[in-house]
Design a protein around this ligand. Structure first.
Ligand SMILES: [Fe+2]
Ligand SMILES: [Fe+2]
Length: 134
């Protein structure tokens, strides 16, 4: 079983957003399985890739919301900004101090991902669908 399951119930029904979510989940699952298998694995480069994908993804969602005048834009963007800043801060700390437990970071990512997907991304997806965007 994968660390994060990406099934039908994780879809927001916007093709580009779903593909990006799937891509991020694949990266995090890869990091998780490498961390579990090999303690000497240097996760920093893969974590960098993940952060870049998250940045691209947040920009994509924010562009969709802005272009379509989504009423929840600001609070949704705030959730992105807070999470992203926290992620980058942790990443910087991990680069300096490799004794920081990546396992906790992975778990907090997983928690945030499901929570944000259910409470925010799905609302955004439903709104975009109503504007004819698939
Ligand atoms: Fe989002
Ligand atoms: Fe998202």
């Amino acid at each position: 079983m994968a660390f994060i399951d990406f099934t039908e119930s994780e879809l927001v029904n916007i093709k580009k957003i779903d593909n990006q979510h799937r891509k991020m989940v694949n990266i995090i699952n890869k990091i998780h399985s490498r961390v579990t298998k090999k303690s000497s694995y240097n996760y920093i480069p893969d974590l960098r890739v993940l952060i870049d994908e998250i940045e691209i993804h947040f920009e994509t969602e924010e562009r969709y919301m802005k272009e379509n005048l989504f009423p929840g834009y600001y609070s949704h963007k705030l959730e992105h900004d807070r999470f992203f800043n926290q992620m980058v801060n942790n990443f910087e700390k991990m680069k300096e101090d490799r004794s920081i437990d990546i396992g906790e970071q992975l778990i907090s990512f997983k928690r945030w991902f499901y929570n944000h997907l259910d409470l925010s991304d799905k609302k955004c997806g439903t709104f975009l669908n109503s504007k004819g965007i698939l």
